[in-house]
Every structure is written in structure tokens, then in C-alpha cells.
Design a protein around this ligand. Structure first.
Ligand SMILES: Nc1ncnc2c1ncn2[C@@H]1O[C@H](COP(=O)(O)OP(=O)(O)OP(=O)(O)O)[C@@H](O)[C@H]1O
Length: 586
């Protein structure tokens, strides 16, 4: 029942609907008492040979009116209570989604997507049930049960009522035991559903890899294992859940037996009429539902509270990178000042960056080179404030990057990541992502700068072509260039290309870089690349090795150093020549 207290914020929000719904429910419970009483009267009138056609019609009319009023009230309380419970699901889903969008990449490193989806669907719907069926079963079992017992005791016979209630404490004790067992089992059932969800999500998104490696059978086997586990865990729940109905029916059966035996005795002693006993037994029949509802209540509450605990746990994880109270609501602009003595990823064992220092004037270009895993992307992630916890200082314009609102910082940076992601929508929507109301000309201009315009015109539906998961397959280079166009649409103060030209040929790379230079004359650019031709015109180039800057300067200065940069550049030039030679010979 603790869950009801935890959800009091929601019940307060929808107070009016719940009060109206519960008042209607109480009226239904009262009206429910009328038919058995009438049946008792009619039977006594028959027994005493007093029944007339007139009184029979009168009772039939009363029962019909009661039935119609109950019909209307039942419809409206359902609308009020079940309708309102939908809003709880909506609020929880939105809270979770908002929380997910605030979390940094390290949160997503620790939580699996399928698990998060299970929280937002299965757990939310279990909690929704508490606010719908849970409230109903609790209130209905108390009101209907209470009114029926009062009617039995005060309008028929209190002695028989007490006798009929003798088995009830046994029911209270057993259902309590079942409830405790259920709680733990529900937790396990929800956790195994999360695992299955995670597996499904991963298999569907990785289907191409699975097929390429011919791993379908193994994948199906893994899936079946998890699916069996879900069944096993739910069977454990069902084994306890199934005990409720038989236990309650048995106890009600004992009550019937006792009331029949003692009722017969009271009739024999003439302290009760036959009509009273029939009415009493009909009331006892009315107690079956509140008892069953009580059993169901345990099930709903335990499932709901296990799910609500999971949701609360997730929502209580603090946003690790958040705005300061006094965060600046301005877009950063100006020079970049990057001085990091040391940075370790939260779950990294050794420093990803050590003594990385550079300064970049507004409008300049920085090139970052180095072997794979040397820390190039780590620098960018710190600039984007995706990670914190470094020793040092990073400034953008006049302020440290953590002095700005995160949203402002990100709005000033157009980031084209290595692993670009396109949404399942049109090319146009993908490019205009940061500014959905952008004019067609602006989108086309950005596409032209990224050298993707011509390709787009060749697609079947031009800018309206659907791409992404449900759309046409694009080449790696096309995806990269659409991602660049998307970043350019922001007209960012700082453009970051994280190895974003790796899938385009050298000629296209050169053309893109040239057009960026002219179009973004006063804006700063950072390019990381394995192909040094992409950064050779940069104002400053740094070469990283195991997180440390080992070479720093302009292209000419680095060539004179005759170090890693020089050797790699020479090698790549040679490869270029060989490729061109190949082309000439063809
Ligand atoms: N989120 C992370 N958590 C822990 N360690 C990480 C994380 N991201 C990267 N690393 C580690 O930090 C080091 C630097 O990685 P980074 O991605 O910056 O390299 P990179 O130079 O960009 O490589 P590449 O050229 O392959 O993209 C690597 O050893 C990598 O394994």
C-alpha cells in the first residue's frame, strides 16, 4: 500500500476525477445492496402467500431502475478512474524521457537501451495499473465488502454475520504471505523482461552484422534462452498468483457452509425467515467479488511497486553534467583556450589525455592527428562537455565552457561525429534538423557546401527522399556529407569534423574543405583526421600519441621536424601517387 502514498502527488493532481469516480463507486456499492433485499422480501411474500401482481411489478420496476442507475454510474467511474490512470503513464513516460535526454554518454555506457525501453513501457504500464485497477480494487473491496457486511449484520442477523466472517482472518494471513512472495518474484520477472527487450533491440539493430557472419541460428538460440527465462520467471509469479483465487473461493465456501448450517438452525428456532436466509446468502455471494478484488489488489500493488521502484531508481540517478545555477545564457564566441593536464574517462583505467595545451584564435583551424586511440575524440568530447572531471581549464571566448548553459555551448558548436546517425525521415528534415523551419534555399546552400547537393538531386525523390533505418541506403560518404550539411545549418561558431571526411575521396575532401574555408571565413574549425591532407592547411596542427601532444605547429613546421607527421604525410602522398598512377594507366 506504500505505493499509494508514493503516488500521492499524482492523486492530488487528478483529485477531482478520483473523488467523482470513487463517490460513484460507493453509490454502486450501496445500490448493489438493494436487489438481494428485494429477493428476500419477494421470497417471504411467496412463503406467506402474500405476493400480489401489483407488488411483484413494483419490485421489478425498482430492480430495473437500480440496474439502469448502476449501469450509468459504472460507465462514468470507469471513465474517471481508468481515464485518469492514463495521465499517470503519460507523466511517468515524459519524466523518464526528459531524464534520458539530460543524461551524458557515460549514463548510456552503463545502461542498456533495451533496459531503458522496458522501464518506459512495461514498468510504466504496471504503475498505471495501480492508479487504475489498484484504486478500484482497494476502494471497491472496502466499500462493497463493508456495506454488504453492514447490511447483513443490521438488516438480517448480526449473529449469522459474525459466524460467516469467522474464516476471514485466515484469508488475511494467507494473502499477506502470498503478497510478500510475489514482490520478489515480480522484481525478477521485470528484470528478465528487460534483458529480453535489450536482446531484441540489439539483434534488430545489428541484424546486418548477424547475417553477414551467419550467426542467425546462434542469435535465435540466445533469444530463446532469454525468452524461456521470461516465461520461467512469470511462471514463478503465476504459481503464487494462482493461489489467490482458490484460497479465497475456499474461504467463501466455508462461509457459505457455516451460514447455511447456522441459518437453518435460526429458521428452525424461528428467529429468522427463509427470505432472510436467501437474502443473507445472496449478500454472501456479493462478498465474493470484494474478496477476489482484495487478492487482485496484492498482485497489482506488488507488480506496481516493483516497477515504481525501478523507475524511481532510474530517475534518482543525478544528471552528472548539469548547468550551474548562474550559468550564462549566451552563445559562446571567440578564441578557444584548451589546457588539460590530465583526463581519465569515468571507467577508463589510464589517462586518455595528458598535458594537452593549445590556443586557437577565432576563425582559425586546428588539425588533430595521431594514431587510432591516441585521444583525438577525447579532446572533442571535453570541448562539447560530454565528459568532465579533467584537471585543467577549457575556455571558449571569455568564459570557461562550464560557465555557459549546456544548450548555449552546444548551439555554438556544429559537431559532425565519426559515427553519424541519420533519422528515418527525408534528406531535407535531416539537414534542417537544428532548424526545422529553415528555408529550402538555406538547406540547399548547406548541402552545396558539403558537396552532397548533386547526389541528392540524383535520389528518386530529391530532398524528399527518406533515409535512415526505414529509407534508402546511402553510401558512407553520402551519410558523412549529409551530417556535415546538418552541422553547417547551425552556422556554428565552432565546426568540429571528427574524422568526418574519411569516407569521401581525396578530391571531394579538398573541395569540401575549400568551400568551408570561404563560407566560414571568421568561424573556427577543428578537424581530426587520419588523412593528413585534410588538416595540412590548418593554422595549427597537433599530433597525439597515447593522449600526449608529441608534435605541434603548422604543416611546414611539422614537416621540418621529420617526426611521425612527416613520415605519415610522405607515406600518404606516395599512396596518393600510386592511386593516381593507377588511374592514369587505366
Ligand atoms: N567513453 C569512453 N570510456 C572509456 N574509455 C574511452 C572512452 N572513449 C574512448 N576511450 C579510450 O580513450 C582512448 C582515446 O580514445 P579516442 O576515442 O579519443 O581516440 P581517437 O584518437 O579519437 O581514436 P580514433 O582515431 O580511432 O577515433 C582510447 O584508449 C579509448 O579506448
Amino acid at each position: 500500500m506504500k505505493l499509494f502514498w508514493k503516488l500521492d502527488w499524482f492523486f492530488k493532481e487528478r483529485k477531482k476525477e478520483y473523488i467523482i469516480g470513487l463517490v460513484m463507486l460507493a453509490f454502486v456499492a450501496i445500490l448493489n445492496l438493494i436487489p438481494p433485499k428485494i429477493i428476500g422480501y419477494v421470497i417471504d411474500e411467496i412463503a406467506f402467500k402474500e405476493l400480489t401482481l401489483q407488488s411483484l411489478i413494483k419490485w421489478i420496476v425498482v430492480i430495473a431502475v437500480v440496474a439502469i442507475v448502476m449501469y450509468i454510474l459504472r460507465y462514468y467511474w470507469r471513465l474517471m478512474i481508468f481515464g485518469s490512470s492514463n495521465y499517470l503513464a503519460k507523466t511517468l513516460r515524459e519524466k523518464l524521457f526528459r531524464h534520458f535526454t539530460k543524461m551524458s554518454p557515460s549514463f548510456y555506457q552503463k545502461h542498456r537501451v533495451g533496459d531503458l525501453m522496458a522501464h518506459a513501457t512495461n514498468d510504466v504500464s504496471a504503475v498505471q495499473q495501480t492508479a487504475g485497477s489498484g484504486v478500484l480494487t482497494l476502494f471497491d473491496s472496502i466499500t462493497t465488502g463493508g456495506f454488504v457486511i453492514i447490511a447483513m449484520a443490521f438488516t438480517i442477523d448480526w449473529r449469522l454475520t459474525l459466524i460467516a466472517l469467522i474464516p476471514m482472518p485466515i484469508m488475511a494471513v494467507t494473502t499477506n504471505c502470498y503478497g510478500k512472495l510475489l514482490h520478489e518474484r515480480f522484481h525478477q520477472a521485470q528484470a528478465s523482461f528487460s534483458n529480453l527487450n535489450d536482446k531484441t533491440q540489439e539483434s534488430i539493430s545489428g541484424i546486418k552484422v548477424i547475417k553477414t557472419f551467419g550467426q542467425q541460428e546462434e542469435d535465435i538460440e540466445d533469444f530463446t534462452k532469454l525468452s524461456n527465462d521470461v516465461v520461467d520467471q512469470n511462471m514463478k509469479v503465476a504459481r503464487i498468483d494462482s493461489l489467490f483465487d482458490p484460497t479465497i473461493s475456499l474461504i467463501i465456501g466455508i462461509s457459505f457452509l457455516l451460514s447455511l448450517g447456522f441459518g437453518a438452525k435460526f429458521i428452525y428456532e424461528e428467529s429468522m425467515t427463509i427470505g432472510d436466509l436467501v437474502a443473507f446468502n445472496t449478500y454472501l455471494g456479493l462478498l465474493v467479488w470484494p474478496m477476489l478484488a482484495f487478492g487482485m489488489l496484492f498482485n497489482i500493488m506488488e507488480r506496481g511497486s516493483a516497477s515504481y521502484n525501478r523507475i524511481e531508481q532510474l530517475l534518482s540517478i543525478p544528471v552528472d553534467i548539469d548547468d550551474k545555477d548562474s550559468a550564462l545564457d549566451i552563445l559562446p564566441e571567440g578564441d578557444i583556450y584548451f589546457h588539460v593536464k590530465e583526463f581519465k574517462f569515468p571507467d577508463g583505467s589510464k589517462a586518455a589525455l595528458k598535458n594537452v595545451h593549445f590556443e586557437l584564435k577565432r576563425g582559425e583551424t586546428l588539425g588533430i592527428a595521431g594514431k587510432t586511440g591516441s585521444g583525438k575524440t577525447a579532446i572533442l568530447k571535453l570541448l562539447l562537455r560530454e565528459f568532465e572531471g579533467y584537471v585543467g581549464e577549457i575556455k571558449f571566448g571569455d568564459h570557461k565552457i562550464d560557465d555557459y548553459k549546456k544548450l548555449c555551448l552546444r548551439e555554438a558548436i556544429g559537431y559532425v561525429p565519426q559515427d553519424h546517425f541519420l533519422f528515418s525521415s527525408s534528406v531535407y528534415t535531416n539537414i534542417a534538423f537544428a532548424n526545422p523551419t529553415a528555408a529550402y534555399e538555406d538547406v540547399e546552400y548547406a548541402a552545396k557546401l558539403a558537396y552532397i547537393h548533386e547526389d541528392i538531386l540524383r535520389f528518386a525523390n530529391g530532398y524528399k527522399t527518406i533515409v535512415g533505418e526505414r529509407g534508402v541506403s546511402l553510401s558512407g560518404g553520402q551519410k558523412q556529407r549529409i551530417s556535415i550539411a546538418r552541422a553547417l545549418m547551425m552556422k556554428p561558431e565552432l565546426l568540429i569534423l571528427d574524422d568526418s571526411l574519411s569516407a569521401v575521396d581525396a578530391k571531394t575532401e579538398e573541395a569540401i574543405l575549400k568551400s568551408l574555408k570561404t563560407a566560414r571565413a571568421n568561424a573556427t574549425t577543428i578537424i581530426t583526421s587520419h588523412r593528413l591532407s585534410a588538416i595540412e592547411h590548418a593554422n595549427l596542427i597537433i599530433v597525439l600519441q597515447e593522449g600526449e601532444v608529441v608534435e605541434k605547429g603548422t604543416h611546414e613546421e611539422l614537416m621540418k621536424l621529420k617526426g611521425w607527421y612527416y613520415e605519415t604525410y610522405q607515406l600518404q602522398q606516395l599512396e596518393n601517387l600510386v592511386e593516381k598512377g593507377g588511374e592514369l594507366n587505366e
